[in-house]
Design a protein around this ligand. Structure first.
Ligand SMILES: Nc1ncnc2c1ncn2[C@@H]1O[C@H](COP(=O)(O)OP(=O)(O)O)[C@@H](O)[C@H]1O
Ligand SMILES: [Mg+2]
Length: 502
């Protein structure tokens, strides 16, 4: 084990109180046993049940040393340099006597090293400053692959069934999602995925992503979105679709480029209700990746100065969740203060831009914004995002597609209808407003068909609506583009020079 080598260096370079947090107690004890073989120090293991045991052939436990006071008396009296691995000693660590014992060894018995080994060890402050916490390296993809293979072998011998996987890709996705977890956590999740039904499928991948996210997202500034969409749920946006298509395999590292560049993400700017948020969800959905949502608003901490830490921690979580899509919805809301002299927002923006420029992890950032006037110009400079797309009000062709799509979604057959008049009539409508026309028509229709009155069970109303009803609903709608025509025209002019149309 590579980590044993690191531990040996720590011990031999004079660290006297080493903290080792791991769930793999047995592996590490074995590792220490091997170190003992080639060391001129004596290695011991201690547990409260077995007492002290020298890790060398032919030795028996000294059960008299189960008692903590006895244990330390023994350590003090030993002349020969020793390494004492105290397993689960954290239960005794809050006791003033234990604290003093550990300090005595640290200060006076300088030839010894104490290793505290447990799953989780919290130290009193006065000991923390003396201690060296050994950070276990996270297991690599290959190590996890071996671990899953071992579990599959166990599964076969225990159940007589071979582990199945929907396909090779799903296994790869599972392993990718296990990356970033400690060995113990990864093993627990893989075990669950295998033993629940002997089959690895997309649902297991999602479970692992969810479990991992819960473990990692300590700061609560990210949300894992489970409300996925597909690119087929969006009408229009052909350029964006094509752009994504070109980048998918590269982002997923299925294609390796000589320079090692990977796509970083895009900014979707545009008119409200035209499908920006939907597109962010569809990117994650169609690429089969977890979608993490970062809300800049929640980063503002009432304790000044922690804001950037919150952002760093959120970005760190996203890196560990890689490959994933990081969605920053309405980014201007968190950045709007930047143009003023607000230092916190400025530092926040700087932290974000630095990360964006330096990020090497497979985190695809999709930011959306409705209001460009509130966006800091630094964000729009070339090279920050791979592309800035403008999501405009839908043209006639796209309006027709949006109407058909939303009718179809609600099981209404519009194939016999000529939507041309409705499409012409809804010029200036956003996608959300077109959807609302369909929904209102359904409501109106349902109200007319329903017999009213309160009954026990809800009535099932046939969804069928008429084209006339849709047109009537459209007449009654005052689209936002009329109410805010100046603002939208300004936005369109601004975008024409600086962005690519979706
Ligand atoms: N191009 C589109 N295709 C299909 N549906 C759309 C489109 N644009 C908007 N919609 C509908 O309007 C809803 C709201 O759009 P949303 O993505 O929230 O807009 P934005 O984020 O741009 O304000 C979507 O969930 C979808 O139902
Ligand atoms: Mg939105």
């Amino acid at each position: 084990m590579e980590s044993m080598h690191d531990l040996e260096i720590l011990i031999n370079s004079g660290h006297r109180l080493v903290i080792l947090e791991t769930e793999r107690e047995g592996c590490f004890i074995e590792g220490f046993r091997r170190l003992a073989d080639r060391s001129n120090k004596s290695y011991f293991q201690w547990t409260v049940t077995q007492g002290l045991l020298r890790l060398a052939p032919g030795y028996q436990s000294q059960t008299v040393n189960k008692d903590v006071n006895q244990l330390f008396a023994q350590i003090h009296s030993s002349e020969r340099a020793g390494v004492y691995v105290l397993v689960d000693f954290h239960h005794y660590i809050a006791d003033p006597v234990s604290i003093r014992h550990l300090k005595d060894v640290f200060l006076h018995s300088t030839q010894h090293c104490i290793v505290l080994l447990a799953q989780k060890i919290e130290l009193p402050e006065e000991l923390e400053s003396m201690a060296t916490r050994y950070k276990l390296p996270l297991p690599s993809y290959q190590q996890l692959e071996r671990m899953v293979n071992d579990l599959a072998v166990d599964y076969l011998s225990e159940t007589n069934n071979r582990l199945r996987a929907d396909d090779k890709l799903v296994l790869h996705r599972l392993l990718e999602n296990l990356c970033g977890l400690s060995f113990g956590d990864a093993q627990r999740m893989a075990k669950h995925a295998i033993y629940n039904d002997g089959l690895i499928n997309q649902a297991d991948v999602e479970d692992v992503a969810k479990g991992k996210f819960e473990l990692l997202n300590r700061s609560n500034t990210l949300t894992l979105e489970l409300d996925f969409a597909e690119l087929d749920d969006i009408a229009g946006m052909e350029t964006l679709r094509q752009w994504l298509h070109v980048r998918e395999a590269i982002f997923k590292r299925q294609v390796e480029l000589p320079g090692g560049d990977i796509p970083r993400g895009c900014l979707l700017l545009g008119v409200q209700g035209c499908g920006k948020s939907l597109a962010a969800k569809a990117i994650a959905g169609s690429w089969g990746l977890p979608l993490l949502r970062l809300d800049f608003g929640t980063l503002y901490n009432r304790f000044y100065g922690q804001t950037e830490d919150n952002l760093r921690s959120a970005l760190g979580t996203a890196e560990k969740m890689q490959p994933c899509v990081l969605w920053i919805d309405e980014i201007e809301k968190g950045m709007s203060a930047v143009s003023s002299s607000d230092d916190v927002s400025k530092r926040l923006l700087a932290t974000f831009l630095t990360w964006l420029a330096e990020n090497k992890a497979s985190v695809f950032v999709v930011a959306t914004a409705n209001d460009v006037t509130a966006l800091p110009p630094e964000l729009m400079r070339k090279g920050r995002f791979d592309e800035i797309f403008f999501v405009d009000l839908p043209n006639a062709i796209v309006r027709q597609q949006i109407l058909s799509l939303h009718l179809e979604k609600r099981a209404i057959d519009s194939s016999a209808w000529d939507l041309a008049d409705l499409v012409a009539q809804t010029k200036g409508f956003s996608g959300a407003e077109l959807e609302q026309v369909v929904v209102s028509a359904i409501f109106e229709h349902a109200a007319k068909r329903s017999h009213g009155g309160i009954v026990g069970d809800a009535e099932v109303v046939e969804p069928g609506i008429s084209l006339e009803l849709l047109e009537q609903m459209a007449v009654q709608t005052r689209p936002l583009s009329v109410l805010m025509s100046e603002k939208i025209t300004a936005l369109q002019n601004w975008a024409a020079e600086r962005t690519v149309a979706v």
